[in-house]
Design a binder for this molecule. Sequence first.
Ligand code: ZN
Length: 256
Amino acid sequence: MAFLSKASCKLNYLRDRLAERAVRALPASTMTVTCRRPVVSFTFDDVPCTALSAGARILEEYGVRGTFYIAGGLLNQVEPDRNMISVQGCHELAEAGHELGCHTFGHEIVHTLSGRALRENLDRNGALLDTFERPVKKRNFAYPYNQGSLWHRQLIADRYQTARGGGDRINRGTVNRGFLWGMEIRQPEQDALALVRQIDEVVKNPGWLIFFTHDVSDTPTPYGCTPSTFSTLVRYAVSSNCLVLPVRDALEHVRG
Ligand SMILES: [Zn+2]
């Protein structure tokens, strides 16, 4: 039995990797990243309370702003290892000039939904985000679990300016606008801190480095980091003369 479950784990892993390669290989829409000055975006998925109380505050200390990909159904949720942002918290982010992006309503994996269910889901989340800030024509999106969808790629490309996955790479040259590369800030802490080297890379050869993380806490989950490390990364990006911008504003600079 152990052998079988190990084999099925491996098969699932291979299936997911193949699906990701297919989504990347067949973009619905591309864009060209050409920038003279390196651009760095700090983004948060799901948005635990500490992304506001520590993450947003640290960005503000350095005079910059970030992108927060909200899943409306997670608001106010209390999870075993984290509490999620409140309605009031979303208002605070918007008032401070941060960008609110979409992360589906209930954190569903996009490729598990039908086209109709996905449209309804995204409409619902978009309507909620419109209550926090002035409605915008097209927001930015991040895929739950970084899992894109071959089937829905056109729908996502039509609705959003960009959609971000993972992959731990810097965006340069021709990139898939519906599946941008994201660089994860996560545990172990020394790996998170070593991401300053990625900032060196984007300075050496300018492109668009999009970081993403979750909680910013002294006792981080595996998917977050400490305030000290987050602060180090933001300070390093700012002092390296990178443009540190939310995704919405970065777009004006990375397209030449
Ligand atoms: Zn997520």
